[in-house]
Design a protein around this ligand. Structure first.
Ligand SMILES: Cc1cc2nc3c(=O)[nH]c(=O)nc-3n(C[C@H](O)[C@H](O)[C@H](O)COP(=O)(O)OP(=O)(O)OC[C@H]3O[C@@H](n4cnc5c(N)ncnc54)[C@H](O)[C@@H]3O)c2cc1C
Length: 236
């Protein structure tokens, strides 16, 4: 089936991730063959025929078993995210197409060092890369700079901290903007990551428009070649 074709994907599991983010598992036939970093489009159709369509990154690594994981943050008055926060349940069939995205992708064959920079829910496609790295290329040096308001809003924090403790060659810098002294991503955070990692072969930055713009400026300011930096903007 081409990626442009809409198909129905049943929700097989729903779980809270943070107070505002839920994880959804959907059964789809490409669950074992997409690239980490890709996303899907979801489409909702009201009884009167009105349709709303949004993109969501895949959080899981490609795996046998036939499901993908999405992580959807409830935005205030969000049309589609509100449906997922309040209505969507196991057994619902969701219209979906994908996998989509040819540039914001990483695989073991691409190697490293790998620098991942995420803000808020922008960590979701980076999580797919981290999960794939652990499964298929644990020798690739990798560092994640993750900016969140507070620890309670950090997606998959327990998993990330466990990986940072147990996986050789993976380091995590968690920056909390509204907790403790409050720290946004800055030149020092980038310099610390680069001192640990060396010159990255691939840099992936994902988050809201302002976060991606700020992070990309800092990375360029640190001397990383523009061609090595790939960005994905979630909006906002
Ligand atoms: C490639 C791609 C991948 C994405 N992956 C994810 C993902 O994995 N998880 C996830 O939660 N979201 C993701 N998004 C964002 C998602 O597509 C929607 O934009 C988001 O869920 C809001 O849709 P909505 O219908 O709920 O809100 P809307 O009804 O469209 O908007 C509600 C309000 O929120 C504002 N708004 C819209 N989008 C954002 C945003 N991203 N940040 C802050 N404010 C916003 C609007 O300006 C408006 O005020 C991704 C976006 C892209 C382009």
């Amino acid at each position: 089936m081409p990626w442009t074709a809409w198909r129905e994907a049943p929700i097989t599991a729903v779980a809270p991730v943070t107070p505002r983010v839920k994880s959804f598992r959907l059964a789809v036939d490409f669950a074992d063959r997409f690239r980490a970093g890709q996303h899907v489009d979801l489409r909702l159709t009201a009884e009167d025929g009105y349709q709303a369509q949004r993109s969501y990154s895949i959080a899981s690594a490609p795996e046998a078993g036939g499901t993908i994981e999405l992580m959807i943050e409830a935005l205030p008055d969000g049309e589609v995210s509100g449906f997922f926060a309040e209505v969507a349940a196991v057994g619902d069939a969701i219209e979906l197409r994908g996998p989509i995205g040819g540039a914001f992708v990483w695989g073991p064959e691409d190697g490293g060092p790998l620098l991942l920079v995420g803000g808020g829910s922008g960590v979701v496609p980076l999580l797919a890369m981290l999960r794939l790295r652990a499964l298929a290329a644990p020798e690739v040096p990798c560092r994640l700079i993750y900016s969140v308001r507070g620890r309670a809003e950090a997606i998959a924090l327990a998993e990330l901290e466990t990986r940072a403790r147990d996986e050789r060659g993976f380091g995590l810098s968690l920056l909390t903007t509204r907790e403790g002294a409050g720290r946004r991503i800055d030149a020092e955070a980038v310099a610390e990551a680069l001192a640990d990692l060396g010159n990255p072969a691939h840099v992936f930055v994902c988050g809201s428009n302002p976060f991606v713009a700020a992070a990309a400026d800092l990375l360029l300011g640190a001397g990383i070649a523009p061609g090595r930096i790939r960005t994905e903007r979630f909006g906002g």
